[in-house]
Design a protein around this ligand. Structure first.
Ligand SMILES: NC(=O)c1ccc[n+]([C@@H]2O[C@H](COP(=O)([O-])OP(=O)(O)OC[C@H]3O[C@@H](n4cnc5c(N)ncnc54)[C@H](OP(=O)(O)O)[C@@H]3O)[C@@H](O)[C@H]2O)c1
Length: 268
């Protein structure tokens, strides 16, 4: 896919990863529709992108867990850009927690923003793409969407859902002119991760990437029309081993799980 003049709607656009994806898209000449929760962060980003020479940037603050919020964001961006060629479902929340103590409201939020919102955004935008005979939907998943991680149970479950949805819809869209790309980063240094995650990652030697590098990989995956893209070695190998021999991965993770237990919050 070529990004010059491409009409993009990106969610979570002013978050840790989203802001780097947005500026990478702008550098390639894309016309941007930014969607995020916080108006102020969006305005700052919009000003910075315009100052950096972005040809066109619109911003809508909306809560994507509500049907009204999603429809308003889509309509405003679609009207401003005259259509949507690329939807990047990036907004999400991460919660590292002992599941037996995790706040039920947080579990609800994880599934609303990580899984329901991308599915409903795709549902609302897809008919316009099919009508124009072209377009791409990008769903940001996670390595944890292929390997269930202890103390990320609700989060992992939501990303398994994103991966399953992406695979099914990609097959359904075959030959339609609309592509679907599922991209799975491993841990990234963004505000999504709590201090507890950073401490746990240090103790377990978990790889954590810079958001700039992951954003570059995401943009490359879009321009190279990849269907599935996993970031980082050896995680992408573990994804395959886990699919074939999950018992082997159970044993391999046992020691790490015990360390993770020390850091996982146990309060609601
Ligand atoms: N960071 C990682 O380790 C990691 C690893 C693999 C995959 N990912 C995935 O990468 C994506 C981006 O994550 P990130 O690390 O960049 O997180 P982030 O820095 O927290 O950014 C996420 C953005 O989404 C926004 N958002 C949250 N709930 C929303 C809602 N209801 N409506 C609209 N916007 C909402 C957030 O706004 P507020 O800040 O105002 O809440 C924030 O700006 C997510 O899908 C995440 O699951 C992250």
């Amino acid at each position: 896919m070529k990004l010059k003049n491409c009409r993009v709607l990106i969610t979570g656009a002013s978050g840790g990863l989203g802001q780097h994806i947005a500026s990478g898209l702008a550098q390639q000449g894309a016309r941007l529709g930014l969607v995020d929760l916080r108006q102020e962060a969006l305005q700052t980003q919009q000003t910075a992108l315009k100052a950096a020479g972005c040809p066109e940037v619109h911003a809508v603050s909306a809560d994507l867990t509500s049907a009204d919020g999603r429809s308003r964001a889509i309509n405003e961006i679609r009207n401003a850009l005259g259509g949507i060629d690329l939807l990047i479902n990036n907004a999400g929340v991460v919660d590292f927690h002992d599941f037996s103590h995790q706040d039920p409201a947080m579990i609800e939020r994880i599934y609303q923003i990580n899984l329901i919102a991308p599915i409903q955004m795709a549902r609302e935008i897809l008919p316009g793409m099919l009508e124009q005979g072209s377009g791409k939907i990008v769903n940001i998943g996670s390595t944890f969407g292929s390997i269930g991680f202890a103390y990320f149970s609700a989060y992992s479950g939501s990303k398994f859902g994103v991966r399953g949805f992406s695979e099914s819809l990609r097959r359904e869209l075959d030959g339609s002119g609309v592509d679907l790309c599922y991209i799975a980063p491993r841990a990234v240094k963004t505000p999504a991760n709590s201090d507890a995650v950073y401490h746990m990652a240090e103790a377990t030697k978990m790889n954590m990437d810079e958001p700039e590098d992951v954003a570059r990989f995401i943009i490359e995956s879009i321009t190279k029309d990849r269907s599935n893209a996993y970031y980082g070695w050896p995680e992408k190998l573990f994804v395959r081993i886990n699919a074939l021999l999950p018992g082997l991965v159970d044993s391999a993770l046992r020691k790490q799980n015990r360390i993770m237990a020390r850091f996982a919050p146990k309060n609601v």
